[in-house]
Design a protein around this ligand. Structure first.
Ligand SMILES: [Zn+2]
Length: 277
């Protein structure tokens, strides 16, 4: 193994900027996600231009949500994505992104308030965007050899976004999971369902890695901590399935002290029950 470098720009909550990362091999560089704007992409490219990295560069997109794809045109490099990611980004290419159009889409249910507000925070009017769709697609996944470093991209899906992919840096035992572990945002109340979440968690835990990187978390999680977090999620979800809409009984049956996230997560699972049961 040699030549591995990881360059990251941390997430920004106010504008919903996700982590951007560059995986550096001896021959080429793979950038994970393009950022939520031309500026976000540019800031990242400026950072990596300060380093003497290989000139051959690729981009991979973890899923189609605006904060991960608005920088594709600025990145201007061969871009890998799941086929559904490309299809969704293509739908966005010719949309009007003015405040008025965003309001209308929120009204008719094709956009959500959360994203509208974050878009307005990141991008001021007049909001004329130069968007571009990914150009290299896969269905199950693809393996990219960067020279001594191998990146394995797998489609994992999940309810956050059915097109979600993860990126495994094989030699360095890291898995970038994008937002796949987060809730379904786009279908009414934000929700989780155990039917979708538990198989996804099992899949993520099956990777032989030491660290998990979530796009909007401020640090990577060691596997042990990731197991703990996902176990907590599973426990809450399974109790919600068993007991139904009775928060007090669910919290009483928890095998451990309640933490803040439990209350939020329980609301998500209960929202899921209302949607699907
Ligand atoms: Zn997302």
């Amino acid at each position: 193994m040699g030549g591995f470098q990881l360059v990251e720009l941390p997430p920004v909550e106010k504008t919903d900027r996700p982590i951007l990362a560059a995986i550096v091999g001896s021959e080429s560089v793979l950038i994970i996600d393009s950022g939520n704007s031309k500026n976000h992409a540019r800031e990242f490219l400026n950072e990596i231009d300060k380093l003497s990295l290989p000139k051959r560069r690729y981009l991979v997109i973890t899923h189609w949500h605006w904060d991960h794809v608005f920088g594709i045109a600025e990145m201007d490099m061969p871009t890998f994505a799941h086929i559904e990611t490309k299809i969704e980004v293509e739908k966005m290419l010719h949309l009007d992104w003015s405040d008025k159009a965003l309001e209308e889409r929120v009204e008719n249910g094709t956009e959500i308030v959360f994203c509208k507000e974050k878009i307005q925070e990141e991008l001021k009017e007049p909001r004329i965007l130069n968007l571009k769709a990914p150009d290299i697609t896969y269905e199950d996944g693809v393996i990219i050899d960067l020279g001594n470093i191998t990146c394995k991209i797998d489609h994992v899906g999940g309810e956050h976004s059915i097109d979600s992919s993860v990126v495994q840096i094989i030699e360095d035992r890291i898995l970038f999971i994008g937002d796949c572990l987060f809730v379904d945002l786009y279908h009414g109340d934000w929700s989780y369902s155990t039917e979708s979440l538990i198989p996804l968690i099992e899949k993520l835990l099956s990777y032989d890695v030491d660290y998990y990187v979530l796009s909007h978390a401020d640090r990577p999680f060691p596997k042990k901590e990731f197991i703990k977090i996902t176990n907590m999620l599973k426990e809450i979800g399974l109790l919600a399935d068993k007991i139904g809409d009775d928060k007090e009984s669910i919290m009483k049956q928890l095998s451990r002290p309640i933490v803040d996230e439990d209350i939020q997560n329980l609301d998500y699972f209960l929202a899921g029950l209302r949607k699907y049961k």
